[in-house]
Design a protein around this ligand. Structure first.
Ligand SMILES: C[S@@+](CC[C@H](N)C(=O)[O-])C[C@H]1O[C@@H](n2cnc3c(N)ncnc32)[C@H](O)[C@@H]1O
Length: 243
C-alpha cells in the first residue's frame, strides 16, 4: 500500500480523501468567516485577480473544481453572462451545499455537482477555462487531477490554479509563527476546531513550490505555464494553456 501525507502525518493513500473530507465537513459552516479572518480579507483580492487573469468573455464555459463555498463560481457567473456556463463542483457535499445556498442568495443558479477532481465526469475538450482555488493541495493524486483538468479543457483553453505556495525567505519566520501559533488558535475560537487549521498550515508546507507545480502542469500536458506570485509567494496563481 502506498503512503502519502496528510499534513505532516504519513497516511495510506486510500485514507487521505476521507481525512480531508473530515476537515471540510467540520469547517464548512464557518469556512467563509475563517477565510476572511485568516487572510484579513486578502483571499477576496487573490480570487478577483484569478478571475482577471482568466480573462473570460461572455458565453465562455467555465469549470470550477474544489469550488467549495462558491466565490469563484459566483464571480465567473457574472462574467460569462446568460449565454455562458459555469459548473460549480466539489468532492464535499457540506462545502458545496453552503456554496449553492450562497449562490442562490445572490440570485445565481448554476449546475452544482459533487465530483472528484481525479475522475471528472465531463467529456474531453469541453471547457474554455478550468479553475481550482486552494483545492489541489488537498488532493491525493495531484498529477492525475491535473491530467483530468487538462483533458476537459478545449485546445487553447486555460487552467488556473490558485494555491498557497512558497513564501519569500525574509518572511518565512513570521509566516511560520502565524501559521502554527495563530491559525490553530483562531480555528479553535471561531470554528471550534484547531486540528483542521493545523492541517491547513502543515499541508501548505507539503505542497509543491512554484517551480515544482509548474513542472507538474507541463507534465500533465499544459503549455505556456506562467506563475503569478501574490503576497510575496504566500499564494501563487499558475496559469497553463491546453495544447
Ligand atoms: C480550502 S477549500 C477551497 C474552496 C474554494 N475553492 C475557495 O477557494 O474558497 C478546498 C476544497 O477542496 C475540496 N477538495 C478536496 N479534495 C478534492 C478532490 N479530490 N476533488 C474535488 N474537490 C476536492 C474540498 O472538499 C474543499 O471544499
Amino acid at each position: 500500500m502506498s503512503t502519502t501525507h496528510f499534513g505532516f502525518e504519513s497516511v495510506d493513500e486510500s485514507d487521505k480523501a476521507q481525512r480531508v473530507r473530515g476537515v471540510f465537513d467540520s469547517v464548512a459552516s464557518r469556512y467563509d468567516l475563517m477565510n476572511d479572518l485568516m487572510s484579513m480579507g486578502l483571499h477576496r483580492a487573490w480570487k478577483a485577480y484569478t478571475v482577471m487573469v482568466a480573462n473570460v468573455g461572455e458565453g465562455s464555459k467555465v469549470l470550477d473544481i474544489a469550488g467549495g463555498t462558491g466565490d469563484l463560481a459566483l464571480a465567473f457567473a457574472r462574467k460569462v453572462g446568460a449565454s455562458g456556463e459555469v459548473v460549480h463542483t466539489d468532492i464535499n457535499e457540506a462545502m458545496l451545499r453552503t456554496g449553492r445556498d450562497r449562490l442562490l442568495d445572490a440570485g445565481v443558479v448554476l449546475p452544482t455537482l459533487v465530483c472528484d477532481a481525479e475522475k471528472l465526469p465531463f467529456p474531453d475538450n469541453h471547457f474554455d477555462v478550468v479553475t481550482v482555488a486552494f483545492g489541489l493541495r488537498n488532493m491525493t493524486h495531484k498529477d492525475a487531477a491535473l491530467k483530468e483538468m487538462n483533458r476537459v479543457l478545449k485546445p487553447r483553453g486555460k487552467l488556473l490554479v490558485l494555491e498557497f505556495s512558497k513564501v519569500a525567505k525574509p518572511l518565512r519566520k513570521a509566516y511560520d509563527w502565524y501559521s502554527f501559533s495563530v491559525l490553530p488558535r483562531l480555528g479553535k475560537v471561531v470554528a471550534g476546531d484547531d486540528a483542521s487549521y493545523r492541517y491547513l498550515a502543515e499541508s501548505i508546507r507539503q505542497h509543491p513550490d512554484q517551480a515544482t507545480l509548474a513542472g507538474m502542469m507541463r507534465a500533465a500536458g499544459l503549455s505556456q505555464v506562467e506563475v503569478f506570485n501574490l503576497a510575496a509567494g504566500v499564494v501563487a496563481i499558475h496559469r497553463g494553456v491546453r495544447i
